[in-house]
Design a protein around this ligand. Structure first.
Ligand code: HEC
Length: 173
């Protein structure tokens, strides 16, 4: 026979399971950042010490918070050597480049209200190939093919769909 104390223990255990279950089902829309880039703030900030604003390519228009926005770019360890290297740029599979965009200089200086866009080289071919890249339009978004992102980034096809590489940064100094 189960005594009262044991019954209470079982009840608490069941309540614990219910609470744990509820915590994840309370908001079905909450999504954690993809583990491939969740820690991007610890990566190499290649725009460190630079003021990324304006429209150096003439393509920014209404995307990435536009010409009046301010931007920073981070790269993971896998993509770092390629990005900091020289032409012809060809990134290894697993390279991830992240752009943080801010609507104003004040937000950029305070590091707040950043929009995040993510370029992921999921696979690698012998030459540049649009199909190797997948894209995410926010920190918590799911990455996938995007004709919108890759369409415009095709302007940077010579540097493997990445605009912000060593030569680009050097030209901005
Ligand atoms: C209309 C053109 C355009 C579209 C659409 C666009 N981008 Fe970009 N993106 C740019 C330009 C231009 C730059 C870099 C130059 C700059 O900062 O002015 C850039 C830079 C980036 C960077 C920094 C690395 C790099 O390539 O320089 C990332 C990451 C990025 N974009 C991701 C995305 C994602 C994800 C999407 C889709 C949600 C997207 N972009 C859509 C034009 C575009």
């Amino acid at each position: 026979m189960i005594n009262t104390k044991a019954k209470a223990g079982i009840a608490i255990a069941i309540a614990g399971v219910l609470v744990a279950g509820c915590a994840s089902s309370l908001n079905p829309f909450a999504r954690e950042a993809d583990e491939r880039w969740a820690d991007y703030k610890t990566w190499t900030k290649i725009t460190e010490g630079k003021t990324g604003t304006g429209d150096p390519t003439g393509l920014i228009k209404t995307v990435h918070k536009g010409p009046d926005g301010y931007r920073d770019v981070y790269v993971n360890d896998i993509g770092k050597a390629a990005l900091e290297g020289s032409a012809p740029y060809l990134f290894p599979a697993g390279s991830i480049v992240i752009k943080e965009q801010f609507g104003s200089k004040a937000d950029w200086e305070a590091g707040k209200n950043a929009g995040v866009t993510v370029s992921i080289k999921a696979t690698a071919s012998d030459t540049v190939n649009r199909d190797d890249w997948i894209w995410a339009d926010s920190y918590t978004a799911k990455a996938g093919p995007s004709a919108f992102c890759s369409g415009c980034h095709t302007a940077a096809i010579a540097s493997d769909f990445v605009f912000t590489h060593a030569d680009f940064l050097a030209a901005q100094e």
